[in-house]
Each structure stands twice: as C-alpha cells, then as structure tokens.
Ligand binder design. Structure first.
Ligand SMILES: [Zn+2]
Ligand SMILES: [Zn+2]
Length: 272
C-alpha cells in the first residue's frame, strides 16, 4: 500500500500550525501514510509592507533541520520522511526563491500563491464586495504561469486556493470558466517539468472538493501532465493524511498511473 502526504505544516515553524513534526508524523503513520513530506510556510518572497499579517520570514534553518532529524530518528523506518517547504510566490523575489530552492536541506518545494503582489492573503478578502472578480482570478493564474516558468518550485500548490475562503462566504465559481488561462498554467508546467499537487484541505471545509477539482485535473491530464503529488495541507495532527486515500482514488479514476515522491527535487514515480 502506497499513500503519500506531501503537504503538511508543523509547530512552531508554521505559525498557524498546532502540532510538532513528530506529532504530525505519528498521526500520518497511524492514518496509513507510507510517505510524508513536511512543508512549512516560507513566505520570505511574498512578504511586502502591504501584507503585514504574513508570516515572518525564516532564514535560519538549523532548528527546522534539528526538529526534522529528531522526528525522523524517532519514527525509525515506520514512515518515509522528507523535508520540504511551501514557498509563497517564489517568483515574486526570484533571487531569494532560488536560494531557497537550492538549499540542500529541502528535497521538495511547493510554490503557492496566497496573495497577489501588494495584496492581502485570499484568506482575508471580502468576496461580496469585490468589484472585479475576473481580474483577480486572471492575475492569480498569471502568477502561476510565471511561477511554473521560473522553475523555482517542484509543484504548484493548491491552484484554486480562494475556493475555500469564498465558499465560507457562500460564494462559488467554476475554475473552468478560466480554462484558457488554466491551460496556460498547466502547459507551462508540462513544458518546464513542474508538477501540481492535489490539495485535500478543502474537502474537509465548506467547499467540499479537492483543489484543483476534478475538471481541472482532467485538463492537466489531457495536456500531458504527469507529475502530481497529494497533500493534506494539515496544520494539526488530526488532519495529517486526511483525504489522501480519496485523492489517490480520484487520480486512479482519472487515469493517472503514478504519484510522485521527491528527492533533491527529482521526481520518483510510484504506481498507484
Ligand atoms: Zn498554502
Ligand atoms: Zn499549506
């Protein structure tokens, strides 16, 4: 049985997480995960004066690595553990994005857009008072095209992140209404050897679907996309591994044959 959760946060390295790496690893193992990657927030690149609520940048990694090695040693061989990071907008500050990507402590980098340049995190937006929703999504997807071309990440994180926060406000939209731009995003992935993740966190939220959803995953497949990871995006041990088995099942249904693991940014394709 192969189940890999390649997106999870831990305390204290992700300020919005509650449990330690060891707690996360134990919980993931208990949920049947065979492989995990710890991916704490690194918002070093996306930080701007307009986003004071963003997480403080992290540039000293000794504590992170020590905590990872401690958890890994205690877990023994019961689960395959890798250290990665979820980097916010690495293409916003390419020099720093490159420095993070090339730091040998990280096997895997998720590139995520949590905010547009000089804007708030999508988490904080009031979706009822937006006057140009289309422009927002177009700018958002254009950042992902740019990020895939920059090759400063291994997979694009949660393409469609705002679905979760919009649904909480009772606002819904279909990403396929932006299929031209989404095609550009996935084509940039395929052309540059960058993958995407299936993020399961919205499955346990009001939105109730994977991000990206089935339609977008079909588009990725049709464009020749093969590099894919699955991540619970859990911030607590209760959610470690949550939705991963369901995502693997959907990927099988859609005809994907493999889920990728990463070592030194090189994908290893494991049959599902
Ligand atoms: Zn994220
Ligand atoms: Zn995350």
């Amino acid at each position: 049985m192969f189940l890999a959760d390649y997106h999870m946060h831990s305390f204290p390295f992700s300020p919005d997480a509650r449990d330690t790496m060891l707690d996360m690893a134990r919980a993931a193992c208990n949920r049947g995960m065979t492989h995990i990657c710890i991916t704490n927030h690194l918002e070093n690149c996306s930080q701007t004066p307009a986003c004071p609520q963003q997480f403080p940048p992290m540039r000293e990694y000794e504590g992170l690595l020590a905590s990872f090695n401690h958890a890994k040693n205690l877990m023994g061989g019961s689960i395959d553990m890798r250290l990665g990071a979820e980097v916010g907008g690495p293409n916003f500050s390419p020099a720093e994005g490159r420095e993070i990507y090339e730091n040998p402590i990280f096997d895997f980098i998720i590139g995520s857009i949590h905010n547009l340049r000089n804007s708030d995190d999508f988490y904080y937006m009031d979706y009822h008072s937006l006057n140009n929703f289309n422009q927002l999504i177009e700018e958002y997807l254009t950042e992902y095209v740019d990020m895939a071309k920059s090759k400063l990440c291994d997979v694009l994180g949660h393409v469609g992140y705002m679905h979760k926060y919009m649904a909480r406000q009772g606002v819904f939209f279909d990403m396929m209404d932006f299929s031209d731009l989404l095609t550009e995003v996935f084509r940039a992935c395929v052309d540059n050897g960058v993958g995407i993740e299936v993020n399961t966190s919205s499955l346990r939220d009001k939105y109730g679907h994977f991000v990206p959803d089935r339609g977008a995953l079909e588009l990725y497949r049709d464009l020749g996309g093969e590099i894919i990871t699955v991540g619970s995006d859990s911030h607590t041990s209760t959610n470690a591994g949550s939705g991963v088995a369901e995502a693997f099942q959907l990927l099988r249904e859609l005809g994907f044959k493999y889920v990728a693991l990463f070592k030194a940014h090189v994908p290893e394709f494991i049959k599902i």
